[in-house]
Design a binder for this molecule. Structure first.
Ligand code: PLP
Length: 423
């Protein structure tokens, strides 16, 4: 499918009069339409809730929009819990799916009444020691090991992943939790990442539903919810077909009716923890070409770098690029599009065919709405960019300012040589 940016050259020229590049910009209209579609796709399940994976886009303005559609927050750390709680999203609207969890994170999660999703059987004792008494509702993360494969060949490798309880541990864990007075239970699993197929959730659901039935037979525990977690993908490349959330929702319903209803478990709530699918396509990194370099290859140097978007450097991930105003020009130039880090992997594109780029052109790097700004860092003394919201009425709101040198030096406030900066 042809990838078209949600902003035009004219709009960006207008915005850059106020906010300089680089910046991430988000599309309110797209976020709302998608959140509504997710809600409708699972409306057949009475208890359905999407817990937005805060780590993907930890911006309070955006999370508040999702909350209007009934989304809670899936948090993995103390600060993510603090962010949710500050938005008055707490109690069972928060799923705490962490791993290798520090003590203070559990304390805070319990304090705000979040549902705690344990990543390991040893954390039962750890949590009990911290809290004195376990919460009434507990969830456990499942990892069956091996390979998770779908019929179209897409697969992932849970056997290699650090997360979750083994099957044996899960049954034992639930028995222990029950003995210790836990009253309500949930199962969680995240077995494949960025799945661009409508099959993933239904297949995962089938596996977890069977597990839940077996758990009921063997331990008498009937779970209250099954959490399909994240992993629903988006088409980063023009060749990929986008997932259809209605087809996914219907697929989960089908296995629910086949497995859970006959087992007398028709009241189990379905939870999801999508990050990428909720926000990925509705964000873009806008950057300006500031240099061109002709050596052994053709380079376009832009004013963003990997600290603004780490995925290409970290995973070799593809992000589509549109040169604004040149949407219809032939892609007859081959470029490496680079940032300014002293790291040769700081490239947003390698050997990419693009229209001829001139200095001053604006480039839209697509699909940065999830795991984009969020993965930012300060290597090479680089500063994180601003985040802007393109509102439904066409106006633009600053939803996070760009960092300044003062932010960069903030943790040296104990060091007198920086006094001038802090005055
Ligand atoms: C990262 C993560 C998610 C979100 O994953 P996406 O691929 O962005 O949907 C959900 N749950 C947990 C526990 C995660 O770690």
């Amino acid at each position: 499918m042809k990838k078209v940016p949600f902003v035009t050259k004219e709009k960006i020229e207008e915005i850059t009069k106020t906010y300089s590049t680089p910046f991430h910009i988000y599309d309110e209209k797209g976020i709302r339409e998608n959140a509504k579609a997710v809600k409708e796709a699972f409306a057949w399940n009475k208890g359905f809730k999407e817990y937005f994976a805060v780590k993907a886009t930890p911006n309070p303005f955006l999370i508040r929009i999702l909350h209007e559609y009934g989304c809670g927050c899936d948090c993995s750390s103390l600060t993510e819990l603090m962010l949710s709680n500050a938005l008055d999203i707490n109690g069972e609207d928060v799923m705490f799916s962490s791993n290798d969890t520090p003590r203070e994170d559990y304390e805070y999660a319990a304090k705000i009444g979040a549902i705690i999703n344990l990543d390991d059987i040893t954390h039962i004792d750890f949590l009990e020691e911290i809290l004195g008494k376990l919460p009434e509702m507990m969830s456990c993360r499942y990892n069956p090991g091996g390979i998770f494969q779908m019929s179209n060949g897409i697969m992932d490798n849970p056997g290699d992943s650090k997360y979750g309880f083994t099957t044996e541990q899960l049954f034992e864990g639930f028995r222990i939790l029950k003995e210790k007075g836990v009253k309500r239970f949930g199962i969680h699993a995240f077995l494949a990442s960025n799945t661009v197929t409508n099959e993933y959730y239904p297949q995962l659901a089938g596996q977890l539903f069977e597990l839940a039935v077996k758990l009921k037979e063997e331990t008498g525990i009937s779970v209250s919810f099954i959490n399909l977690s994240g992993g629903v993908g988006i088409p980063y490349t023009p060749e990929q077909e986008p997932n259809d959330i209605r087809v996914i929702g219907d697929g989960v319903r089908k296995v629910y009716e086949e497995i859970l209803i006959p087992a007398g478990m028709g009241d189990v709530a379905i939870y999801t923890e999508m990050g990428r699918f909720m926000m990925g396509p509705y964000g873009a990194l806008v950057t300006q070409a500031i240099h061109e370099k002709h050596t052994h290859k053709e380079y376009i140097g832009v004013d963003a770098c990997a600290v603004n978007l780490m995925r290409p450097a970290m995973y070799g991930a593809y992000h589509h690029i549109t040169v604004l105003g040149k949407e219809d020009h032939p892609c007859d130039h081959q470029y490496d599009v680079t940032g300014s880090l002293c790291e040769n992997n700081d490239k947003f594109a390698i050997d990419r065919m693009l229209p001829e780029i001139e200095k001053g052109d604006y480039l839209v790097i697509h699909d940065t709405g999830a795991h984009g700004h969020a993965m930012g860092y300060n290597y090479n003394g680089k500063l994180r960019s601003a985040e802007l919201l393109l509102k439904e009425d066409g106006s633009v709101q600053l939803i996070r300012r760009a960092e300044t040198p003062k932010d960069y030096f903030a943790t040296f406030d104990c060091f007198e040589v920086f006094e001038e900066i802090f005055q």
